[in-house]
Design a protein around this ligand. Structure first.
Ligand code: SF4
Ligand code: SF4
Length: 368
């Protein structure tokens, strides 16, 4: 059966601005069915690393907060801490970064509660008994919440091809231990011939796993946690993983975490993807390269798989923007995410999620 994905483009008028249109999108898509009076509602989003500017504008989040308050429920914004060095790896720095990026109470009208506590250790195990994991570890505040609204910035991602609802939930709600578990199979290697010994990767490795020897970088596999940060940082493409083996396993692990999170939210989860500022890489980096296609719009659905499938299709239907990093797959209908990451088969996350019954890849796009 086809799932419904509701779509708003970015046209507006004096009669209806984009915030009002977002409200209409969410109501038409049925957000009210998932929220009851007095519910504590987790709005799971990504606050952006310091220096990144591609994340969702806080005024849109405020609109969603206000809609939930009108239903006499209590929204809070949340995300879990990161495993890599950066500006969101513990609760104080995470909160500070969120406020610096505009997610201040005075703007968003709701508090922030970091999902997995001070150092990422506040977690709740959930038994799933699947191929990759028997048990997954989720930030406790997300498990405790009565309802979950995923608000994902849809963009490219170096390990998953694209990042949307599945990544926002599966990786984004995992505690530190859960994130480590998902990255456990990603073990990069330095292609010595290509390495020029610039050292950029060393300062970006949170685990001090990289060092220079005879002018070439080397990775200590015992220290490496497989976060993948160094792969994108190296401008010479000298750091590689065994894409054919590592990526499918990584994607299946992320999907199983998504399943774990959603198992605690039966009929209490709703998904919104912002297909805007479609940067080639994750908002976890302290910069964002030029968008690969134009701003397209916002989609909302009760189905996390259908919304990601629809989002990827909407992006791929566009022509690439001049000046972006895309050098192939430029035309409308060509795969933009394969164009940026030729080694990553992003379809795996959707196919596996569908096979686990999390949602459907088949959808009807309903324009409001
Ligand atoms: S960033 Fe790349 S080129 Fe520079 S030292 Fe690291 S692996 Fe070598
Ligand atoms: S070597 Fe690369 S993948 Fe491993 S921990 Fe360091 S930055 Fe992450």
């Amino acid at each position: 059966m086809k799932s419904s994905v509701y779509f708003m483009d970015l046209t507006a008028s004096p009669k209806e601005n984009l915030l009002q249109k977002l409200g209409r999108l969410c109501e038409t898509a049925g957000i009210s069915k998932f929220i009851q009076k007095k519910d504590l509602v987790a709005l799971k989003l990504h606050f952006g690393e310091l220096g990144n500017t591609a994340f969702i504008r806080p005024v849109f989040i405020r609109k969603i907060v206000q809609m939930i308050k009108e239903k006499n429920a209590s929204p809070f914004l949340t995300d879990a801490n990161t495993v890599y060095a950066g500006t969101r790896s513990d609760a104080p720095s995470h909160l500070t970064t969120a406020i610096c990026n505009g997610f201040d109470y005075s703007v968003v009208d709701a508090p922030i509660v970091i999902a997995d506590g001070l150092r990422g250790r506040s977690e709740t195990p959930i038994i799933i008994n699947q191929k990759r994991f028997k048990e997954v570890y989720i930030g406790s505040e997300i498990v405790e919440a009565d309802a979950l609204i995923s608000i994902a910035h849809f963009k490219g991602h170096e390990l998953s091809g694209f990042g949307g609802a599945i990544k926002n939930i599966g990786m984004g709600c995992a505690s530190r231990r859960g994130k480590f578990a998902q990255h456990s199979n990603v073990s990069p290697k330095v292609v010595k011939k290509k390495c020029i010994g610039c050292g950029d990767c060393i300062s970006h490795c949170s685990q001090e796993a990289i060092s220079l020897l005879d002018g070439k970088a080397g990775i200590d596999v015992k220290k490496c946690i497989g976060c993948g940060e160094c792969i994108l940082i190296c401008q010479n493409n000298s750091i590689q993983i065994e894409w054919n083996q590592s990526v499918p396993i990584f994607l299946e692990m992320m999907v199983e975490y998504t399943m774990g999170v959603l198992s605690s939210k039966k009929n209490k989860a709703f998904f919104i993807n912002f297909i805007t500022n479609i940067s080639p890489a994750c908002d976890c980096y302290g910069y964002n390269d030029a968008p690969i296609v134009r701003d397209i719009g916002i989609v909302a659905s009760a189905d996390p798989i259908a919304i990601d499938q629809a989002s990827v299709d909407l992006v791929n239907n566009e022509t690439a923007l001049p000046g972006s990093c895309l050098k192939t797959s430029i035309g409308a209908g060509e795969d933009k995410f394969r164009g940026v990451y030729p080694n990553v088969d992003w379809k795996i996350q959707l196919e596996y999620a569908e096979s686990l019954g999390i949602g459907s890849r088949s959808y009807e796009l309903i324009k409001i």
